[in-house]
Design a protein around this ligand. Structure first.
Ligand code: 0O2
Length: 207
C-alpha cells in the first residue's frame, strides 16, 4: 500500500524526481516567458502555478479509478503527480506555448488533450500536455512525467469555480447549477474570442 511506503527511500526518491522535473519545467517556462518579453515586449504568461499531488490525493485518485492504492499503481496510473498550470491572457498564446514546449529537444510529449478544440461535456476548457522531463543527478539521468495544463484567465476562473462546486456537492452538482456552469463556459469562450479580437486591434496601433 502507498501509505506503508511513504517513508521508504523508494517513495522519497520518486517524489524527489517529480519535484526535480517540476522545477526544470518551471524554469523552462519562465525562460520562454522572459524571452518573449525581451523580443516582443509582451508576456504570453500571466502566471504559473505548480504543485506535487499529496499522497492523500494520489490515493483518492487511484481509488476513484478503481485501482489498489499502491506505490506501483501511483507511478503507473496517476499522470499528474507533478502538475504545472500555465495561465495565459489569450487563447492564441496557449497554442504558441504548446508548440514551443513540443519543440524542446529534451522534452518528450507523451500525450496531448485539447479541451479547447474539444471541450468536455460540462464545458471544461484547457489544453493538457503530458511530458517526460529529464532530471540529471550526480550519477544518472531519470525521467519524470509532468502534466501541463495551459488555459486562459477566464478558463481558469471557470475551472476553479467548477472544481469548488464539485467538491462542495461531492461530484453531484445539481442539474440547475450544471446548466448555469455550462452557460458560463460558453460565455467564457465568447469572452476569450472577443478579448483576442480586441487585442489584435490594439496590436495594430503598437508604436
Ligand atoms: P485535481 O484536483 O485538479 O488534481 P489523468 O489525470 O490524466 O490520469 P484524466 O481525467 O483523463 O486522467 O485527465 P485529464 O482529463 O487530462 O484531467 C486531469 C486534470 O485536469 C484533473 O486532475 C483536473 O485538474 C483537470 N480537469 C479535468 N477535467 C476537469 C473538469 O471537468 N473540471 C475541472 N475543474 N478540472 C478538470 P484531477 O486529479 O481530476 O483533479
Amino acid at each position: 500500500m502507498l501509505i506503508d511506503k511513504m517513508t521508504s527511500y523508494e517513495f522519497k526518491k520518486a517524489m524527489f524526481l517529480y519535484s526535480g522535473a517540476l522545477r526544470e519545467m518551471n524554469t523552462k517556462i519562465q525562460i520562454i516567458n522572459e524571452e518573449f518579453a525581451l523580443k516582443q515586449k509582451t508576456n504570453p504568461i500571466e502566471h504559473i502555478k505548480s504543485r506535487l499531488k499529496t499522497p492523500e490525493s494520489i490515493i483518492a485518485k487511484l481509488v476513484r479509478r478503481g485501482y489498489q492504492p499502491t506505490f506501483e499503481n501511483a507511478l503507473k496510473y496517476v499522470d499528474d503527480i507533478a502538475g504545472i498550470r500555465i495561465i495565459c491572457a489569450f487563447t492564441k498564446d496557449i497554442y504558441i506555448l504548446a508548440d514551443i514546449i513540443n519543440s524542446q529537444s529534451d522534452i518528450t510529449v507523451l500525450r496531448v488533450k485539447d479541451y479547447i478544440a474539444n471541450p468536455k461535456e460540462n464545458g471544461y476548457r484547457s489544453y493538457h500536455m503530458l511530458v517526460d522531463v529529464p532530471v540529471f543527478m550526480s550519477d544518472e539521468m531519470s525521467k519524470a512525467r509532468v502534466e501541463i495544463q495551459i488555459r486562459t484567465i477566464a478558463m481558469d476562473f471557470w475551472a476553479s469555480l467548477e472544481h469548488k462546486m464539485r467538491y462542495k456537492f461531492e461530484s453531484q452538482i445539481p442539474e440547475n447549477l450544471n446548466f448555469d456552469l455550462l452557460e458560463c463556459a460558453e460565455i467564457v469562450s465568447y469572452l476569450d474570442e472577443k478579448m483576442l479580437l480586441l487585442n489584435n486591434e490594439i496590436e495594430k496601433y503598437k508604436v
